[in-house]
Design a protein around this ligand. Structure first.
Ligand code: G4P
Length: 536
């Protein structure tokens, strides 16, 4: 029987981020293949292939070949229990990515070696840095023509502002790709060219000293000469791998490889698991102290809510990141925000549709709890004598607004339920215009694709057709003045500023421009508006 400490120490929980098409899905698939979690290549892939990603379960994802929601994949490897949190690559869903990163102890950033740092890499990277977690880089597609590795490293450093430490170094690329030189073991891992796409076959590792004639034969004279120069340069830089800098997200260990051809995936996994931290402590905001993940009592927080994952059951699942102790199915726990006791009756582990019931889980793991409609994102659950409360998860300020109206007024109940449930999931934010009923709602989102998903899900999950009218607002501010004494109707505002309220009845204003926000502040001296940066 392993102890609680053994169990928790074996956990490694991370998210993979990338610009679409850099190879995140392919890398995830290869990790699962290596570890025996799936049998055939292609079962994680979506896009043009007929099979869909294990992590893609919603129709819209299948139609468009994008990953909209984040799922969790768990597997064992080499004594580790690995949790991969999948994140959507599309920028319109970066809020979902942010929440997922709140539950991760590290991130892997996949970069296309030919394209370098792309727009979405930058955005997702920024979200990662808010968490100060270690970030590992996998430079992918070395089997194609790529950019010079020194250039790529420089770009990562200058554009993203993080130091880089190459763990291995590529020998050629594209047609001329011969493998990588592992800087720790000083070995060359040779690339055999083809035939690996569907295999779990390991590639040859060759122990050869730089300068050996045998190595020159294997990789070619010119490659060999280049490699000697490159390694001299890297070694000359003299830096040791600074683990503290890695752990605080200041230095990114960089691996080169080719996920599609299975090259460099396993060495990456091994090194990554060795370097990446065990479950990190989260702070209890009741005391301001970090909570030891190894303590006996279970505690965790909800980072994601997903309704109707299984159409046959119409359930809602609250995904909980376990921050301390051990979860057991059926255990009594306290829902801190609701102030109520509850039985954590059912836990599920996700391999997309294939949901298996989880009987126990440990700090670092994610459990999916059936949610009778009581949880909100950021809520804490804890058991035993433990009473902690984890920090709220901030929401992004919506930048795109639309009025959504139901087409068939007989479906009012379903419409209201759908809108409320999807808002609780955090997929959208909804606002009411005083004087309007619930048949027409203002929806705010971060990316326009979220509106497409809303429309589609209302139709398929709630049987409700809606009309959507784009609204010109782009700035949102909550009114901080006391609503019982402050007369909002009397505010002096431009004619295109709208007064609305959110789900909790708080008053706010929607503006068509930042200029109008200033206008309102200047004309109404006592008006106190919320600051809006990245988050509301
Ligand atoms: P994503 O999840 O980051 O969006 O990327 P994904 O893994 O779906 O990969 C995007 C495309 O890049 C896919 O091709 C995939 O096969 C290819 N790819 C991934 N890794 C490598 C690699 O190491 N080398 C090469 N040469 N290609 C790679 P696709 O044509 O868009 O999709 P499909 O037709 O293969 O399904």
């Amino acid at each position: 029987m392993s102890t609680l400490t053994d169990q928790i120490s074996s956990r490694r929980t991370f998210a993979i981020i990338s610009h679409p098409d850099a190879g995140k899905t392919t890398l995830t698939e290869k990790l699962l293949l290596y570890t025996g979690s799936i049998q055939t290549a292609g079962s994680v892939k979506g896009k043009s292939s007929s099979k869909h990603a294990v992590s893609d379960w919603m129709d819209i994802e299948k139609q468009r070949g994008i990953s909209v929601t984040s799922s969790v994949l768990q597997f064992s490897y080499d004594g580790y229990c690995v949790n991969i949190l999948d994140t959507p690559g599309h920028q319109d869903f970066s809020e979902d990515t942010y929440r997922t990163l709140m539950a991760a102890d590290a991130a892997v950033m996949v970069i296309d070696g030919a394209k370098g740092v792309e727009a979405q890499t930058k955005k997702l990277f920024k979200v990662c840095t808010l968490r100060h977690i270690p970030i590992f880089t996998f430079v992918n597609k070395l089997d194609r023509e790529t950019r010079d590795p020194f250039d790529l490293m420089e770009e990562i450093e200058t554009v993203l502002g993080i130091g880089t430490y190459p763990m291995n170094w590529p020998i050629g690329c594209g047609q001329n790709f011969r493998g990588v030189f592992d800087r720790q073991t000083r070995r060359v891992i040779a690339f055999e060219g083809d035939g690996h796409a569907n295999a779990t076959k390991k590639v040859a590792e060759i122990e050869a000293e730089l300068g050996d004639a045998e190595l020159a034969d294997l990789i070619g004279e010119a490659n060999h000469a280049n490699l000697i120069d490159d390694i001299e340069l890297l070694d000359g830089a003299g830096d040791e791998l600074d683990l503290d800098a890695v752990r605080t997200g200041k230095l990114s260990p960089v691996f080169f490889g080719s996920a599609l051809t299975n090259f460099g995936v396993e060495p990456f996994l091994k090194e990554f698991l060795r370097l990446t931290p065990t479950p990190l402590p989260y702070t209890d905001c009741l005391t301001g102290d970090p909570v030891d993940p190894m303590r006996d009592e279970f505690s965790g927080f909800v980072f994601k809510i997903q309704a109707n994952m299984d159409k046959n059951h119409r359930d809602r699942i609250a995904f909980v990141r376990i921050c301390s102790g051990k979860f057991e199915r059926g255990m009594d726990a306290m829902h801190m925000q609701g102030g109520k006791k509850l039985k954590l009756a059912t836990g599920t582990s996700l391999m997309a549709d294939d949901r298996a019931t989880v009987d126990e889980a440990y700090a670092g793991d994610i459990v999916g709890l059936f949610d009778p409609g009581i949880f909100s994102i950021g809520d804490t659950v804890c058991a035993g004598k433990c009473r902690v409360q984890y920090p709220e998860i901030p929401t992004f300020a919506p930048e795109i607004f639309a009025r959504v109206t139901q087409v068939n007024t007989l479906k009012r109940k379903q419409f209201v339920k759908g809108m409320e449930e999807l808002a609780q999931e955090g997929a959208i934010q909804i606002f009411r215009e005083p004087g309007f009923g619930m048949e027409s709602v203002i929806v705010g989102v971060v990316g326009v694709l979220q509106l497409d998903v809303l429309e589609q899900r209302l139709k398929s999950e709630y049987g409700v057709e809606v009309r959507r009218q784009a609204l010109p607002y782009s700035e949102i501010r909550w009114i901080l003045n006391d609503p019982s004494t402050y007369d909002i109707a009397k505010l002096n505002l431009t004619s295109d500023t709208l007064r609305v309220e959110d789900m909790r009845g708080r008053k706010l204003l929607l503006f068509t421009s930042a200029w109008n926000v200033n206008w309102a502040s200047e004309r109404n001296a006592d008006l106190e508006l919320s600051e809006v940066g990245n988050f509301s």
